[in-house]
Design a protein around this ligand. Structure first.
Ligand SMILES: NC(=O)c1ccc[n+]([C@@H]2O[C@H](COP(=O)([O-])OP(=O)(O)OC[C@H]3O[C@@H](n4cnc5c(N)ncnc54)[C@H](OP(=O)(O)O)[C@@H]3O)[C@@H](O)[C@H]2O)c1
Length: 398
């Protein structure tokens, strides 16, 4: 079907949406047909004026109005959504994209949403040849692509125990806070979706592991870790879910692959503070009155200033122990960049969309819900390297 646009960005007037619109306007090839979409025409027109790009398409749609989503999904070849919390707003748009035959990308860090999309839309997306790719921002590209980059340096036939250590500085947006608190208030629903998914995937022809292969997540414990330069604590983020699924789907991760995932803090006191802060937010998120009160402190649409973003950074260090017995060796790699949550996230999301829309050398996965490393893989790593995100080998030993 002939489409009016190559890429449509829904949520363009939000905090990360505006940064993504700026990135696309500045870096998409001249021939790319771009459209900005959101629920307010006035805000969208204003954004086009600020970007100095009056020729960009403008599409009005509401996440709660299925007819408008249907028209939105049919307008482009690739649809990006930055409308969150995805658990509350995301699914009708995914459904509209599958029906319209439009590839879909987002920034979600909400495991329940990803599992629900798998359970309800993966098979239809496979049949329709539509790629559904979640978490194309700091959650989870540096980890998912960092793991792929690491295994690409290793032989295919060795056991690999991989540890990911993430350090970052930066402040979070109101939208991220709302999405995180929404997810923390739905732990029961999230657990149920995860169990249903595991049992469905065990029987699916594209989820089962090849005979003889083993892929495991390993829950680490807090400890001092010289390899990461500080204290590390297991992180309850969506990243390991993507890393492990990529490993299940790609035999290059070897016959026996394990992954553990940590956040790095400089001091033990920061680790304890982080755990305590998270515990308080999770507790307050359980009851609607305390949840609503908490949400008032960080309204959607707000986020760190440009100065704050300019001082922010991330570093994801991957440590792979591979081989067996006396042959055991170690490889350390790093993925690095600037402001993780917003500046670099806008870049990662935009480059993912440009790859889906224009790159002829992407892995041929067909339709379905795929982790970024499976759907976009090495071509996306090369794009991100050209865009200034570091992927490098730090050390080989053994
Ligand atoms: N993966 C990552 O690393 C990463 C990084 C950053 C953000 N995120 C996620 O990205 C999402 C957006 O974050 P943000 O900080 O940009 O949030 P935000 O500023 O609150 O933006 C949310 C956007 O959703 C739009 N929206 C809300 N309800 C809508 C509806 N019913 N119909 C149409 N549009 C609607 C808003 O429209 P208006 O502009 O009209 O209000 C706004 O454009 C969050 O879920 C966040 O967690 C993920």
């Amino acid at each position: 079907m002939e489409r009016a646009y190559d890429i449509v960005l829904f949520g363009a007037t939000g905090y990360v949406g505006q940064l993504t619109a700026e990135y696309l306007a500045a870096h998409a090839p001249a021939e790319a047909r771009l459209a900005l979409a959101g629920r307010s025409r006035e805000k969208l027109d204003d954004l086009c004026r600020r970007l100095g790009r009056a020729e960009l398409g403008v599409l009005v749609a509401d996440a709660q109005d299925p007819a408008s989503l249907k028209a939105l999904a049919a307008a482009g070849r690739v649809l990006i959504s930055t409308v969150g919390p995805y658990t509350l707003y995301g699914e009708p748009l995914v459904e509209a994209c599958v029906e319209a035959g439009t590839d879909y990308l987002d920034l979600t860090g909400e495991p329940e949403f990803v599992d629900r999309v798998y359970l309800r839309h993966h098979q239809a997306a496979r049949a329709a040849g539509v790629r559904l790719v979640h978490s194309c921002g700091f959650d989870s590209l540096p980890y998912d692509l960092g793991a792929l980059f690491t295994v690409m340096q290793l032989p295919d036939d060795v056991p690999i125990a991989l540890q990911g250590f993430g350090s970052a500085s930066g402040a979070i947006s109101g939208g991220t806070f709302h999405s995180a608190v929404t997810a923390m208030g739905r732990l029961k629903e999230s657990g149920r979706a995860s169990r249903q998914r595991r049992s469905t995937e065990r029987h699916a022809d594209d989820g089962r592991l090849a005979e003889g292969r083993r892929v495991r997540g390993i829950a680490g414990r807090p400890h001092r870790e010289p390899l990461a330069g500080g204290w590390v604590v297991p992180a309850p983020t969506i990243d390991p879910q993507h890393v492990l699924r990529s490993a299940r789907l790609n035999s290059a991760y070897g016959p026996d692959f394990s992954y553990s995932h940590y956040l790095v803090t400089k001091r033990l006191t920061s680790t304890l503070g982080l755990g305590l802060g998270l515990g308080v937010v999770v507790t307050l998120a359980q009851l609607p009155p305390t949840r609503d009160l908490m949400l008032k402190f960080k309204p959607p649409g707000t986020g760190p200033s440009a100065e704050r973003r300019a001082r922010s950074f991330f570093r994801v260090r991957m440590v792979a122990d591979y081989g067996a017995g006396t042959e055991r060796q170690r490889l350390i790699t790093e993925v690095t960049g600037g402001d993780p949550g917003y500046g670099e996230t806008a870049k990662m999301l935009s480059e993912s969309a440009l790859a889906l829309a224009f790159d002829g050398d992407l892995p041929t996965v067909g339709g379905g819900q795929w982790p970024p490393a499976v759907a976009l893989g090495e071509p996306l790593i090369r794009r991100l390297q050209r865009a200034g995100i570091g992927f490098r080998v730090v050390e080989r030993s053994g």
